[in-house]
Each structure stands twice: as C-alpha cells, then as structure tokens.
Design a protein around this ligand. Structure first.
Ligand code: SAM
Length: 293
C-alpha cells in the first residue's frame, strides 16, 4: 500500500500539472503514480539505461556529486539523488526541460540544479570535478564531441557513464599496429570495424541536431583516447569508464567558441526553446488528456 501525506496532490492534479508542462521526452512514473509521457508515442522510457548503470553504482551514493549532461527532464539525476547523491546538476539548453526537471524532482521530494546551457560551453567554462558524470544520448548531438569528452574525462572524479547510438555491428577492432603507414595501410583504415566517427552533413532521422555517429570500435576508441579506462560495456551502446591519467586543461583568458547550425535551423550554443511548430507537434502527440479540473 502506498502512503500519502495529507496535502499531497491527487493523480488528477499531477496529470494536469504534467500536461501544463508540455511534452515530456523521458516517460517515467512520478508520485502518486502518473507517467510523465502522458501516452505520447514519441516519449521514451529511460529505465533500460538505468538498469545498465545500476550494477556499476554503490547502493548508497553517500553524498556524491553528479553531473548529468543533456539530462532532459531529470530521470537520471532524480535516481541518483534517491540513491543518496548529495548534489545533481543537469546541463541542457532547453528551458522546457528545466521546468519539467524541477517539477519531477519536487514530486520525489528531492532538489536538483539545472543549468540551461550548451554542454560545450559549460565544459569549457567550468573546472569543477564531479564524482559521477552521466553522458547519455548526447555525444551524437554534439558538433565537437571529442572536445566535450576530453573535458569530461578531466571533470570525472570517480566514474562516467557514456551512451551513444552506434552504427554497424558490435565488433571491437584489434589494433595490430602502433602506427599505420600512409597509403600502404589505408585498406585497414577502411575496414568496417576500424574505429570511425561518421559525420552527418545532412539531417539524420528528421533531427537537425544529429552530427556524428561512431561505430562500435569508434565509441570505445573515443572514450579511451580521452584518457578514460573502460571498466564495462554492458550494451553495445553503453560504456562504463573510470578516470585514468589526467592531463588537466590549459587556461586562456579569452577563448572564442564558434556559433554553429544547419542551414535553416536553430543556432547553437545558447539557452534554447523549441521551435513553436515542433513543440506544437509534440504536444499534439499526447493521448492521456487530463479531466478538466
Ligand atoms: C536523446 S536526449 C537524451 C536525454 C537523456 N540524457 C537520456 O539519456 O534519457 C538528448 C538530450 O540532450 C540535450 N541536448 C541537445 N543538444 C545539447 C547540447 N548541445 N548541450 C547539452 N544538451 C543538449 C537535449 O535537449 C536532450 O535533452
């Protein structure tokens, strides 16, 4: 039996509040038992990713700090706080998700921080280290994924969780050479299993924010090259890594970051809101309209 405090909102109230907050990408159950996705087929359930992380976390996070990049409406940060983390910071440029994350956290009685900023600029302007860094579903959305991964490796005190869509079969490439001589070894570089990051000049899957897809060996190569040590790969798309040798960072008083965009689409980096027509389409995909209050 679930216990409710006097004054806790009813399911109908929560359903109305979730509805007011728009379209939720992460679909999870918030107390007193309402799913954030509100029946939208475009929402996704993040529980499978959490199950991959879970065995690689202590039972009690004992006040640890968490950085959750592209953390959306907060599912992973909330899980970490419920597990005893002392602080969770989400970095995600979309203000729609900021309100949702704070709301969802409140429903669980925890508090998170939300920085509505781009992960590139965040990583280049903050030198804090976090015990746990959560980097799921974001690498391929980045124009400069290596730059971010290199910084994150330096910002991770204990463990990082990396998830990315990967293309091709799950085959690790066994390097037989330390050095690949030009031309004579080019065929080896063309081997489908050779670590690769494929650049998407055009739009992939109707999403103009997809830029790069690694293959299986490419994802592990990127993680290792950032100085991290892979401790587990519980799924072809998922890597658990710990910090290795730290090289630190060079500090410049003035360093410029380029604006970038696909022609006809929004410009990054910055604090962003969804394009109205895209948001309207997402709102229209919800099926579980609450009863009028
Ligand atoms: C595919 S979703 C993954 C959400 C969450 N990490 C998960 O695994 O469920 C990508 C998230 O990254 C955010 N995002 C996209 N571009 C970003 C950027 N440049 N910096 C930070 N977050 C970004 C999106 O707003 C979205 O919340």
């Amino acid at each position: 039996m679930r216990l409710f405090r006097r004054g806790d909102p009813t399911k109908e109230q929560v359903r109305r509040e979730l509805w007011e907050l728009g379209w939720w990408y992460q679909d999870f159950e918030v107390p007193p038992g309402v799913w954030t996705g509100l029946g939208s087929p475009l929402a996704y359930r993040p529980h499978g990713r959490w199950e991959l992380m879970d065995p690689h976390l202590p039972d009690d996070l004992d006040g640890a700090s968490v950085l959750d990049l592209g953390g959306n409406c907060g599912f992973f940060s909330i899980q970490m706080l419920l597990r005893g983390a002392g602080r969770a910071v989400i970095v995600d440029p979309f203000v729609e998700f900021e309100q949702q994350a704070h709301y969802a956290a409140r429903r669980f009685g925890v508090k998170l921080e939300f920085v509505a900023e781009d992960v590139h600029t965040y990583c280049l302007t903050h030198d804090e280290r976090f015990d746990y860094v959560i980097f799921l579903g974001l690498l391929y959305h980045l124009r400069y994924p290596n730059l971010v991964l290199d910084r994150l490796a330096d910002m991770t005190a204990r463990r990082m969780f990396v998830q990315s869509h990967v293309i091709g079969p799950p085959v690790e490439f066994e390097h037989e050479r330390e050095d690949y001589p030009q031309r004579t070894e080019d065929d080896l570089l063309l081997d489908p299993a050779f670590p690769k990051l494929t650049f998407l000049e055009r739009i992939y899957n109707k999403d103009p924010t997809n830029w790069w897809f690694p293959n299986y060996a490419g994802l592990s190569a990127l993680v290792r090259a950032a100085g991290l040590e892979i401790v587990a790969r519980p799924h072809p798309e998922f890597i658990v890594a710990d910090p290795g040798e730290r090289l630190g960072s060079a500090q410049y008083e003035r360093l410029l970051f380029p604006r970038y965009r696909r022609p006809g689409y929004r410009t990054f980096p910055g604090r962003l809101t969804y394009e109205p027509e895209v948001w309207e389409r997402l709102l229209a995909s919800r099926n579980d309209r609450p009863a009028a209050g």
